[in-house]
Ligand binder design. Sequence first.
Ligand code: COA
Length: 254
Amino acid sequence: MSIKTATLNGVATIEIARPEKKNALTQAMYQAMADAIHAAQADGAVRALLLTGQPGIFTSGNDIEDFMQRPPQSEESAVFQFMKTLLGCDKPVIAAVTGAAIGIGTTMLLHCDFVYVSDEARLAMPFVGLGLVPEFASSLLVPELMGARRAAEKLLLGDPFTPEQAVECGIANAVLPAGEVVNHARRIAERFNTLPPGAVRDSKRLMHGPRRERVLQVISEEAQLFGQRLRSPEAMEAFQAFFQKRQPDFSRFS
Ligand code: COA
């Protein structure tokens, strides 16, 4: 099983565990994560959720092969279910970024409440280089968080960035030594055992409330374009290049 779940001391942990494919996420894995968030949300004993990966890798993003074979067709697809469940979760979600967080690996962090990053991690949103567009409101939230200039480097050029830069531009709370990031995130999650859960829930709802409609609207707009781009010759070239372990060649496109 490539998604492991466990609940201990008020914390529901969702662990991405497919290291042989750098924790690339298939539709089945997204569905398992959506189900796990639903279950945590419904479990009165759970006060917070912890989202984590494997040593050296948080996730390399969408499984490109799965993506080509089973492109998400609509907002009913598993990847949408996962992201919408994450967005709708009114319990605190803490991410322990144990290593590289690529594509949706970084995008999902925008929808977590606390983000702790290993000092060995690298983050990147390389959608344009894959012939795609930003997703799940990153085209709205990234410029808002860090300003248009730095957002252009990350979203248009797809430049990878360091954990320190992630903190500096507001994506992450703190950088931790690789061996400590999960325990630190867990300690933060466990602090919710001593806080009143109703007040936490209402406060989280209030914090997200004013932006919620806009975020959902942008997600729909992005999804339409993302779906079209997924079938584009530019994306085909990028995906083939990835599997052929070569640089993509976009010179024939205008
Ligand atoms: N989808 C499918 N397979 C993936 C994958 C992905 N997103 N990321 C890694 N893999 C697979 C590789 O194909 C390889 O499989 P193989 O052993 O059968 O050849 C295996 O995982 C190991 O990956 P590899 O690239 O050899 O590891 P690395 O340590 O050199 O690099 C990454 C790690 C994460 C930097 C690199 O794999 C990468 O850039 N992945 C793609 C990231 C991406 O573009 N994500 C956005 C998707 S929308």
